[in-house]
Design a binder for this molecule. Structure first.
Ligand SMILES: NC(=O)c1ccc[n+]([C@@H]2O[C@H](COP(=O)([O-])OP(=O)(O)OC[C@H]3O[C@@H](n4cnc5c(N)ncnc54)[C@H](O)[C@@H]3O)[C@@H](O)[C@H]2O)c1
Length: 350
């Protein structure tokens, strides 16, 4: 498929009409280095990739958006559908191609391409197919955008972030998995709903694996600056451990529930990844629970493993990992989660 774009300067018949429409301003200078041009590439234009792409467009996060997928017709259709919304959106040049040339010079590459699980297929087999797919995706991305930040979304996200790190040869600060950013958003929603407050006033993290062994950091939850568990204790308000565990279980089951009901998840992951894109591209130095190289943090010293920790994000990718106070039980659960991921990873031979 030929690459096409939304910002052509050619009028009907191939005439360049730019000169006819506009008189140039004399002695105008070229844009200076501060006039940054931001390019984002999204690999995989399925439900998740398109939700991310459209949120990035509506939030005006990129000057240029490149889409890549293996399915040429679907890709062309999605590109045209987005381009046709140009009259209602901030101006963004949108391109699409099956060829990775189109991603050249990206600041951020978001990978959502993923194989679908076949009936009766094991998770390991699915992972092996995704590994084979990543071998065709990550090296060309790294070649065309050697300074980019890679943001991995495909599942299992922690292992595939490790795979992307190995295949790209990038420093670990520039390889990030969307991890438990979405799980933490589900967690904040459920706590906010429980307490009838705004989810944006709830600070709460799910860390570890994006999946069944994730860890809820109950000890650090606060609402409007008030630490919730110690507040309840001080007020002698009885709370049941089971209630807390039920909320965490609802977070874990959240994705399965949505997939059972509508077939896939899209909107929440779209907003979740767009928030990461904004904070990286605009150097916001905000803290998100995302999948980072965890070796050396919280006693995880038994292998190179990516899992979610509260990390500060900015234009250079991961700027640091927050020193959150964990109870002994939480720290142990986090290390167990790391071991679960490592076990799967070790079967891959990457
Ligand atoms: N990390 C998270 O929180 C999170 C949340 C939701 C979904 N996901 C994951 O995101 C991935 C995508 O989910 P979806 O619902 O969009 O799936 P989907 O099947 O709708 O889309 C996948 C897309 O990948 C494309 N693709 C397949 N092979 C390719 C290749 N070699 N090169 C380029 N593109 C290729 C397909 O053509 C398809 O368009 C899955 O792995 C899913 O599990 C992660």
């Amino acid at each position: 498929m030929h690459q096409s774009s939304s910002a052509s300067s050619l009028g009907p018949g191939g005439l360049d009409l730019t000169q006819a429409f506009f008189k140039p301003i004399k002695s105008s200078s070229q844009p200076g280095p501060s006039n940054r041009h931001t390019k984002v590439s999204v690999i995989g234009v399925g439900n998740v990739g398109m939700a991310i792409a459209q949120t990035i467009l509506t939030q005006d996060l990129a000057d240029e958006l490149a889409l890549v997928d293996a399915k040429s017709d679907k890709l062309q259709g999605e590109m045209l559908d987005l381009q046709h919304a140009a009259a209602f959106l901030p101006r963004t040049k949108i391109q699409a191609s099956v060829d990775y040339n189109v991603t050249a010079g990206s600041d951020l590459c978001i990978v959502t391409a993923g194989a679908r699980q076949n009936p009766g297929e094991s998770r390991l087999n699915l992972l092996e197919r995704n590994l084979a797919m990543y071998k065709t995706i990550i090296p060309p991305l790294a070649k065309h955008s050697p300074d980019a930040i890679l943001l991995i979304v495909s599942n299992p996200v922690d292992v595939l972030t490790y795979v992307a790190w190995k295949l790209s040869g990038f420093p670990s600060n520039r390889v990030i998995g969307s991890g438990t950013n979405l799980d933490s958003s589900r967690f904040r929603f459920l706590i906010a709903d429980h307490l009838d407050v705004n989810a944006q006033d709830v600070q709460a993290y799910i860390v570890g694996e994006h999946g069944d062994s994730s860890v809820a950091l109950w000890s650090s939850i606060s609402v409007g600056g008030v630490p919730v568990l110690s507040f309840l204790e001080r007020q002698q308000i009885v709370y049941e451990k089971e209630t807390l565990e039920k909320i965490h279980k609802e977070v874990i089951d959240g994705a399965y529930q949505v997939i059972n009901l509508k077939g896939y998840t899209s909107w929440a992951i779209g907003y979740s990844v767009a928030s990461l894109a904004r904070d990286i591209l605009r150097n916001q130095r905000r803290i998100h629970p995302v999948s980072v190289l965890a070796k050396g943090f919280y006693g995880i010293d038994f292998g190179e493993v990516f899992l979610s920790l509260p990390a500060q994000l900015g234009r250079n990718g991961v700027l640091g990992v927050t020193n959150v106070h964990l109870t002994d039980e939480e720290a142990q659960k986090l290390r167990d989660s790391a071991k679960t991921i490592l076990e799967v990873q070790s079967q891959l031979g990457v």
